[in-house]
Design a protein around this ligand. Structure first.
Ligand SMILES: *Cc1c(COP(=O)(O)O)cnc(C)c1O
Length: 430
């Protein structure tokens, strides 16, 4: 199987960032998320360089929802990353990670009054999703004696080749304002005393393995930019979202790189903007393509069973990685302590959750397994821990971060007290 450079096989054991995954599992226990900080930084720099080599003003915003660990966000913030945040919680995290407020965009289709006033208080730009929200934000900014800087989220009505649950720019999607209504929305924003429209924003979906749809989105955005510039809107940034996919099937998926993306999108963007005589910043919002392949989820085989088929019952399930159950997502799996053994036997790798759908990896050829073997689930750095739960009253596992030869916890494992601690006894049960 093709592996990225930070994942290697050495003496029969799988390594990440040069560290033996068997030793990591022994030291920290399983299940365990292990992330390479160096890999995340390398991906970020690659992204930034690919864009900057073709356009002078670029801002890369990490999408906080993909992986909300502060250590990771701090590493990215130190490299100059901003963030796209979708909740007050994510805004807290981005600020605590040291990201600069002017590099943050508060996005979201259903913001509370509290969200809006928090964004205004912190001076963070807001991606406004409706006219109703526009007027609420105007009022919040007036109450604070400030001017809120905004973009509207454009719905470009584009079909994209991905799972329907992660296509976000379809005509029928809940996100954004239909592209044909956008000029009217900006006219309304220009009339608001405490609002200044300074950008436009779109995001067409996630796990897109073809760069063509991004080009279509860029064309829509450039067309809108031209119209808005004609109306007197001074555009300081155009945010074309995230969504570049990664090759979850290592040997067969196409793997468009940040370079492929930039080479496709930027020329259209440049030409279009030169025609309207503006050079706004180009903002992009990658999540998955920055962090997914940085991380493995290590999980131990509790037992094997041959029933209708062969099952390997492991200690991580959709409580820790919901993507297979939720999106039918594919993740490569490797037996960490038998990493160069022949793949002789077909197993379905199943989690410990009391649900038929708790399958991490169906019908995979693996070495002969026994209780105690450790399996790595690859490419789990995006939408992995971030979407985890305590379902079946299972405390979440720890996360460790490695950099160079160093390794440290970046989140401790939860205890049963973390589950019961927020519960309260009603007075009639005292
Ligand atoms: C989820 C999301 C992204 C990131 O998508 P990826 O596929 O992880 O790159 C970017 N922008 C917005 C608005 C999103 O909701």
């Amino acid at each position: 199987m093709k592996l990225p450079p930070h994942i290697t096989v050495n003496n029969g054991h799988l390594h990440i960032g040069g560290l033996d995954c068997v030793a990591l599992a022994e030291k920290y226990g399983t299940p365990l998320y292990v992330t390479s900080e160096d890999r995340v930084c390398e991906q970020f720099e690659r992204y930034k360089k690919a864009l900057l080599s073709r356009y002078p003003k670029v801002q890369v915003l990490f999408v906080a929802k993909a992986n909300g660990n502060l250590a990771l966000m701090r590493a990215l913030g130190n490299l100059g990353a901003g963030a796209d945040v979708f909740s007050s919680g994510e805004l807290h995290l981005a600020l605590e990670a040291g990201m600069r407020p002017e590099r943050l965009l508060f996005n979201g289709s259903s913001k509370t009054p509290g969200d809006l006033s928090f964004a205004v208080e912190k001076g963070v730009k807001v991606s406004v999703d409706s006219l109703d929200e526009l007027h609420q934000l105007d009022a919040a900014a007036r109450a604070a004696g400030k001017v809120a800087l905004i973009a509207f989220r454009v719905n470009p009505a584009l079909e994209v080749p991905t799972h329907p649950k992660i296509a976000t720019g379809l005509k029928t999607s809940k996100f954004g304002i239909p592209h044909e209504e956008i000029p009217a929305a900006y006219r309304e924003a220009l009339a608001c005393k405490n609002i200044r429209p300074v950008g436009i924003h779109c995001h067409i979906g996630s796990q897109i393995l073809d760069v063509e749809p991004f080009a279509r989105a860029a064309e829509v955005m450039v067309r809108i930019a031209k119209e808005l510039t004609g109306m007197g809107v001074k555009l300081e940034f155009i945010d074309i979202g995230g969504g570049l996919g990664i090759p979850y099937h290592h040997d067969t998926d196409p793997a468009p790189t940040a370079e492929d993306y930039a080479a496709k999108v930027i020329p259209l963007f440049r030409v279009g903007l030169e025609a309207c005589g503006i050079t706004p910043e180009l903002w992009v919002e990658p999540g998955r393509s920055l962090v997914a392949d940085s991380t493995v989820l290590l999980t131990r085989v509790n037992s094997t069973k041959t029933a209708h088929k062969r099952f390997a019952n492991v200690d991580a399930g959709f409580n820790l990685l919901i993507r297979p159950a939720m999106y039918d997502a594919y993740h490569e799996v490797i037996v960490v302590n038998k990493a160069d053994a022949p793949l002789t036997t077909e197993y379905t790798v199943t989690g410990p959750i009391c649900e038929t759908g708790d399958i991490l990896a169906p019908d995979r050829r693996l070495p002969e397994l026994a209780a105690g073997d450790i399996i790595a689930v690859l490419d789990t750095g995006a939408y992995g821990y971030a979407m985890s739960s305590q379902y079946n009253s299972r405390p979440r596992c720890p996360e460790v971060l490695i950099r160079g030869k160093d390794v440290a916890l970046m989140r401790r494992g939860e205890t049963i007290g973390d589950i019961t601690g927020t519960m309260q006894r009603p007075p009639w049960q005292q």
